[in-house]
Design a protein around this ligand. Structure first.
Ligand SMILES: [Zn+2]
Length: 255
C-alpha cells in the first residue's frame, strides 16, 4: 500500500473523531463538514500528483552496469548538449558533460567507432544514459503541445535504461561533425531518417551511420536520425542514478 493512501474506513473513523472534537470546541457541524471535505480533497489531489511522478518500478531486470564511453576510447568525442544551455530547456540540466551506456550497448558502440576510425572518422555523442529525474524535469518544463517530443516519466525513456544514444559522426581531420540532413534535436521532417531532401552527401552520411549502427544491434528512431536504441533495452530497468554515483553503483561488482 502507498504510504500516503488513507483507506476509506480509516477516513470515516477519522471524520467522526474530528467532528466530535469540533463540536466540543463549539464549531458548527456544517462548517466542520466543509473543512473536512476540503482537507480530504487536498489529500486526494496531493496523493494523485505524487503517484504520477513516482519512478516506475520494474521487476526482473538486470542490475545497472553503466560504462563511461570515453573510458572505452579516448577518441569518442562528447558534445553533451544537456550539460550546456544549448538545449530546449535553455539551461544546463546535467551537472557534468559525461556519457554512459549499459555494457552491451557501450561495447557495440565501440565496435562502430572502430569501423569509423578506419575511415578517418569517429563517433560524437550528444546524449546517452539519462537519469530519470531529468526526464521528469523535461516533462514538467515543456508546454502541453510540446509533450509529444519528450518521454512521459510514468513510462520512462530508453535513455533512462542506459540503452539509447544520440550520436553523429565527426571527421578526424577537422574534429567537426560531418554534414547531416538536419541539426541535432531539430524537431522537423528533416530529422526523419527517411527524409529524402537535403544534399546527396548529407543523406550518404546519415545512411553510413545507420548502416553501421544497425549491424551492431541498434535501431534508429523513426523521427530522429541521431537516436539509436540497442536491442538489449528490455533487459534493463528505468534508473535514476546520478552521473556522480555511477562509479559507486559498480562497487563490489566483478566484471
Ligand atoms: Zn535520444
Amino acid at each position: 500500500m502507498d504510504r500516503l493512501t488513507i483507506p476509506f474506513a480509516d477516513m470515516r473513523i477519522f471524520e467522526c473523531r474530528v467532528l466530535t472534537f469540533g463540536l466540543c470546541a463549539g464549531i458548527s457541524l456544517r462548517r466542520l463538514k466543509f473543512l473536512f471535505t476540503a482537507a480530504a480533497l487536498s489529500i486526494i489531489l496531493f496523493t494523485t500528483a505524487f503517484a504520477q511522478v513516482a519512478l516506475p518500478a520494474e521487476h526482473g531486470k538486470r542490475e545497472a552496469d553503466l560504462i563511461e564511453l570515453t573510458k572505452l576510447s579516448k577518441s569518442i568525442k562528447l558534445d553533451i548538449k544537456y550539460a550546456t544551455a544549448e538545449n530546449f530547456v535553455g539551461r544546463p540540466v546535467y551537472p557534468e558533460a559525461r556519457a554512459f551506456l549499459q555494457r552491451p550497448a557501450a561495447e557495440a558502440l565501440l565496435r562502430v567507432h572502430k569501423k569509423l576510425k578506419k575511415m578517418g572518422r569517429g563517433i560524437i555523442v550528444y546524449d546517452a544514459y539519462r537519469p530519470w529525474t531529468i526526464t521528469k524535469l523535461f516533462w514538467e518544463t515543456v508546454r502541453e503541445d510540446q509533450k509529444k517530443f519528450v518521454a512521459d516519466p510514468a513510462k520512462g525513456s530508453k535513455h533512462n535504461r542506459g540503452c539509447a544514444v544520440d550520436i553523429s559522426i565527426y571527421d578526424r581531420k577537422t574534429g567537426k561533425a560531418i554534414p547531416m540532413p538536419s541539426g541535432y534535436d531539430e524537431f522537423t521532417e528533416r530529422a526523419s531518417p527517411d527524409y529524402t531532401g537535403g544534399t546527396e552527401e548529407e543523406r550518404a552520411n546519415r545512411e553510413l551511420l545507420r548502416r553501421l549502427m544497425e549491424a551492431e544491434g541498434f535501431t534508429v528512431n523513426p523521427s530522429e536520425w541521431w537516436h539509436f536504441d540497442h536491442n538489449t533495452w528490455q533487459q534493463y530497468a528505468i534508473y535514476d542514478i546520478a552521473f556522480s554515483d555511477v562509479e559507486r553503483s559498480h562497487n563490489g561488482r566483478k566484471h
